[in-house]
Design a protein around this ligand. Structure first.
Ligand SMILES: [Zn+2]
Ligand SMILES: [Zn+2]
Length: 353
């Protein structure tokens, strides 16, 4: 008889086509491990999928969740670098081709055949998840899973700010959008020496903007009652050295191109299904470097695990709610409404530690 488990499954792409279901515990292949999930954090993209506001294809039915860590319960016969009982976190590229230029040069996050946990391949909002061993990283015993699971969004932010953009100490950095990724981008910018560091949002983001201050922002701006342009020009009349668009919308690219100084950098990490016309003339006229940022790879994960374990990213400050799998709905809603920055799900069998 196949063993079954509880899982948070997206079964339709219409809004709220998600429910807690009883599904089979996955069978592993020779290069996989079976991971007992210790904790899985809810990503903005999980919330977008649940509310039907995502901009990527979803292969339904699929178990949600791509930000996770846990303990190895079983391993395939080819797996030698990890063993039963090891504490690990997992990268998100569940399937890659392994042979294209991107894969062969360690940039497998950009493999055209990449398939990710939680939208193409069953993810970790379950008691157990099947993971290829190549995705795994050990985590120190001192780092609990309810923080280790945040490695993935930290890696997104690290790649945006320290891979695709380069921040120098003293750079004026502006982050548009204080969602989880925007706040982590701000924290990584602060660690990189950004100063001043401006985080901008809307009136509804009041609590997130307050959190930005605790993460190192020197200025926060509610754009509905203050001009971001004026704040930035007061700090530096020529404009910002680096602007990060983490807003999850398309329109703010216009603002980013206006705020950036000549020969500055704009890095776009948020995306949305909206297609809007953008004035690209400042891009040329000011000789701006516009750079997209997607996902992350092995060396970024190793760096980020070290930063989180050392407490440098202040990861605990962004977690506002912890729930078991049955509490997924409240956990998603709390993020959707902006009540919390980040929710973490802890399966009964996982205990978060
Ligand atoms: Zn994520
Ligand atoms: Zn490839």
């Amino acid at each position: 008889m196949t063993r079954t488990q509880q899982a948070v499954v997206q079964y339709a792409t219409t809004p709220m086509g998600v429910e807690l279901r009883e599904v089979a515990v996955p069978e592993i292949g020779s290069a996989d491990v079976l991971l007992r999930v210790g904790a899985v954090s809810v990503c903005g993209s999980d919330v977008h999928q649940a509310y039907g506001t995502h901009s990527w294809a979803v292969n339904i039915p699929v178990t949600l969740g791509h930000e996770f860590g846990g303990t190895i319960a079983a391993r395939g016969r080819e797996v030698t670098a990890f063993k039963e009982g090891d504490r690990v976190v997992s990268e998100t590229a569940a399937v890659i081709c392994g042979t294209c230029l991107m894969c062969r040069t360690g940039r497998y996050n950009l493999c055209p055949s990449r398939k990710g946990f939680g939208y193409n391949v069953d993810g970790a909002m379950a008691e157990y998840v099947k993971v290829p061993a190549r995705c795994l990283h050990h985590v120190p015993d001192t780092l609990p899973f309810d923080l280790a699971c945040l490695t993935e969004p930290h890696a997104v932010a690290y790649n945006a700010m320290c891979g695709n953009a380069q921040i120098n100490p003293g750079d004026l950095v502006v982050v548009l959008g204080p969602g989880p990724i925007g706040l982590l981008c701000a924290r990584i910018a602060a660690l990189s020496g950004a100063h001043p560091l401006v985080v901008a949002g809307l009136a509804a983001d009041a609590e997130r903007l307050a959190a930005a201050k605790t993460l190192g922002a020197t200025h926060t701006v509610n754009m509905q009652d203050q001009s971001l342009d004026e704040v930035v020009r007061d700090l530096s009349p020529i404009g910002a050295d680096v602007v990060c668009d983490a807003s999850g919308a398309s329109r703010p690219l216009d603002a980013a191109l206006k705020l950036v100084r000549p020969d500055g950098q704009v890095v776009k990490v948020g995306w949305s299904p909206d297609q809007v016309p953008v004035d690209l003339n400042p891009l040329v006229h000011k000789n701006v470097r516009l750079q997209g940022s997607f996902s992350h790879n092995y060396p970024i994960w190793e760096r980020v695990i070290g930063l989180i374990a050392a407490g440098l990213t202040r990861a605990h400050l962004i977690v506002g709610l912890k729930a078991n799998l049955a509490g997924w709905h409240d956990a998603f809603d709390a993020m959707h409404s902006g009540k919390v920055i980040k929710s973490v799900l802890i399966p009964e069998t996982g205990n978060g530690k």
